[in-house]
Design a protein around this ligand. Structure first.
Ligand code: SAM
Length: 426
């Protein structure tokens, strides 16, 4: 059917409304189509209130449509926007964010700022599936659980692409496909260090000696390789310690600070924008007490410790908490291993500043209520999901906060993902 794309929606698709036939009036989602385009699309999944379609041909192309840079684009599930100029990608993300906030009845929005960087070669971490026969490394195919073998990835840092190519070449000889299900590649700020994390294939085993031999062999071809870890298959019955080769952590420099990031710890994924993101969150903020909730390895807490007398950084996950203690040891900031909710339940008085950077699920009802009641002078909310951000902001604004500034940070060019920094004051 012919469809005119009205707008881009969160998740990567274009939205259209069927104008004729049995589906007339229905909302149709068409991945890879751009706002304003007239397309021929085929319905692949018809639900009660919407349908998903596959783009067949673009009849009238958007002026922003360009040729995708990656040979896997379209088939690979990783990128959604390579067919759009970078300006268009940013505009679509801002529109999606604005609409999400408006849908949550947030009015009087401040003018939206945009923070962006190089649109290619930005990822410091990639994760691939390992296929046994024929041996290959790949990402998930678009809208599928199957693996798509890849030999390059233009959104990844060059050292990761090089390591991916080495693994593709050497993996079969090293028997990687026999025991490994997934592999993650993570490189430091200047690509001088690179770590590999492997996940065992269910039921497969490899000895500690064989794992170390493999580390030594890969080191011959991947110059920055500093360490590797082998984790048990997810859901495995026996829980032994992971096997290790080399260093267990990377040293990641952001501005003047160096952070230890161990295997399994969270770290921001865009190597060009970690510093600018940190500045958007922390620069110019000062006072006596600040809390960094969902602190990870301490990216924000460490910077805040330079301009606040007392900083408390709260993190729940074991590996990140461990790094957090390490990364804050020469600062006045204190690490607390706790869930944000439990931490907030124990507090009686408000700090000057609260930074929150929750996972996709957002803060949720109880955390927003507690924050609303504590009434800190300023909250900086860093979000990776416009829908949960909008829901939480609505609740915080109802408790007396005002939205002072809003920045769309494009941490994930070529994909539909975006980061937002919202600053709230009372
Ligand atoms: C999006 S990351 C942000 C980390 C850090 N702010 C940074 O920029 O590197 C979210 C972090 O929150 C942690 N986390 C998730 N749920 C949590 C909870 N309920 N309480 C405390 N920390 C949590 C995760 O382990 C992760 O480190």
């Amino acid at each position: 059917m012919k469809l005119r794309i009205e707008k881009a929606i969160y998740g990567g698709a274009g939205l259209a409304r069927a104008t004729e036939g049995p589906l007339a009036g229905k909302t149709i989602f068409v991945p890879l189509a751009l706002p304003g385009e007239l397309v021929e699309a085929q319905i692949v999944d018809d639900r009660r209130s919407f349908a998903n379609a596959r783009l067949e041909t673009v009849i009238e192309a958007s002026p922003a449509r360009i040729k995708a840079a990656c040979p896997y684009f379209g088939a690979c599930g990783g990128c959604d926007y390579q067919q759009a100029s970078y300006e268009q990608q940013l505009a679509m993300k801002r529109d999606i964010l604005r609409e999400s906030l408006e849908r949550a009845h947030l009015s009087l929005l401040p003018e939206m700022q945009t923070l962006s960087g190089p649109a290619w070669g930005y990822r410091n971490r990639i994760r691939l599936h390992v296929q046994r026969k024929p041996f290959s490394l790949g990402y998930k195919k678009r809208a599928s659980n199957e693996s798509l073998a890849v030999g390059e990835c233009p959104i990844a840092a060059p050292s990761l692409v090089n390591a991916l190519q080495v693994l593709n070449q050497e993996g079969a000889r090293l028997g990687l496909g026999e025991w490994c299900d997934e592999v993650e590649l993570f490189t430091s700020h200047d690509e001088s260090e690179l770590r590999l994390s492997f996940w065992e294939r269910s039921g497969a085993r490899i000895s500690a000696g064989a794992f170390r031999t493999m580390g030594d062999a890969l080191r011959q071809h991947i110059a920055p390789l500093s360490g590797a870890t082998l984790f048990e298959a997810a859901g495995a019955k026996q829980h032994s310690s992971p096997l290790e080769w080399g260093e267990q952590a990377l040293r990641y420099r952001v501005d003047r600070q160096e952070y230890r990031v161990s295997r399994g710890s969270f770290f921001q994924g865009n190597r060009f924008l970690v510093g600018p993101l940190l500045q958007t969150v922390a620069r110019g903020r000062r006072g006596v007490v600040a809390w960094d909730l969902y602190a990870g390895v301490g990216l924000f807490a460490r910077a805040l410790a330079e301009s606040f007398d007392k900083v408390i950084a709260v993190e729940d996950a074991p590996s990140s908490s461990h790094d957090l203690v390490h990364n804050l040891q020469e600062t006045s900031a204190r690490a607390v291993k706790s869930s944000t909710l439990d931490f907030l339940r124990r507090q009686q008085s408000a700090p000057d500043l609260v930074v929150v950077d929750p996972p996709r699920t957002g803060l949720g009802t109880e955390v927003t209520e507690l924050l609303g009641r504590l009434a800190a002078a300023q909250i900086v909310y860093v979000s990776c999901d416009p829908a949960t951000l909008s829901r939480d902001l609505r609740s915080l604004l109802q408790s007396g906060y005002q939205l002072q500034s809003l920045t769309m940070v494009d941490l994930f060019p070529q994909t539909y993902h975006m980061e937002t920094v919202a600053v709230l004051t009372r």
